[in-house]
Design a protein around this ligand. Sequence first.
Ligand code: NAP
Ligand code: ZN
Length: 353
Amino acid sequence: MTTCIGYGVHEANAPLEPLRFERRELRADDVAIDIDYCGVCHSDLHYVHNDWKSTRFPCVPGHEIVGRVTAVGPAVNRYRPGDRVAVGCMVDSCQQCAACEQHQEPHCTQGMTPTYNGLDRISGEVTRGGYAQHIVVRERFVLRVPPALDPRFTGPLLCAGITVWTPMREHDVKTGTRLAVIGLGGLGHMAVKLGVALGAEVTVITTSPGKAEDALALGAHHVLLSSDPQAMKTAASSFDLILDTIPRGHNVNPYLMLLGRNGKLVLVGALEPLEPIHGALLAINNRSITGALIGGLEQTQELLDFCAEHQVLPSCEMIDIQDINQAFTRMQNNDVKYRFVIDMASLKDVDVA
Ligand code: NAP
Ligand code: ZN
């Protein structure tokens, strides 16, 4: 076992604080990684607050990890010490079911192993995430960071990016697709950048009038204020695909009305009950609601390569680990532009009592 220092919580709603824990010794197919950067996802906030009633304490969040390989097990052949690598939301899956075989590891029939708050498939220990010095991950779940991708801006692609990329690819976003993105936060701003890069006509639907200018600067073609009933009425039946990143249960009916014929609303934000849906809104225009959960390994590598080639980079605010509680408060208050990334070099100054 190797001792690791990180930031986490011992109980729900407590402030994150430095803590010490053990990482496993390398197994034959493991890669050891020193973490340089880790993005801060709204899911981290949900886990720390135990919003989903499933948090295992102590909890060390972080699933947008970028680092360098420091050692590899004897059966590893894709990576060598010194390689620039990334780890997203999963660190294992059964590798045998139809979902795994079809590169849809998040939907593994035995359940994928999340990067934190999961149970290791072999030892049963609780997995701990990337707000930490280093991590040990099975080779198959380690991604390669292309040299053209700035590692400081790579982390948010591993969750925010892939979560919107998967449904965009699934629903064939391309030149001319009328795409709307609800919520200009971590996921939303990546959806804007990626949608624009794929050629879509992108509209941001926001609760924040103050974000309109930013939305256009990020590349969106239009901005729709959800609090403006007249503007919402004018936009009725005008989108092919809507990505809904709202981070809590809400009323989707006003957004369903915005879908045109055969339009689809993909829920990626609210992983909890929604307000009742009006059936007629689905019947009219043959609309549908669907969901999406992160993305498979192959598609995540595809996204990293795409972003390197097209230089699509998240808009990041770099923070020290010591500022993480303030960052969480700002995220809760809808004040993120548009993803916090922790510079793990700041952990060097941290001591655990
Ligand atoms: P975020 O950075 O906090 O952004 C969420 C955005 O939603 C906010 O910027 C805000 O945008 C809008 N919003 C917030 N509260 C709202 C409300 N009450 N009503 C309407 N809009 C509201 O969060 P994130 O990191 O993008 O994550 C978003 C959600 O996705 C979280 O719940 C997270 O757990 C979930 N998630 C799911 C997956 C998956 O695989 N499905 C993966 C990652 C994250 P405006 O100011 O523009 O309105
Ligand atoms: Zn996330």
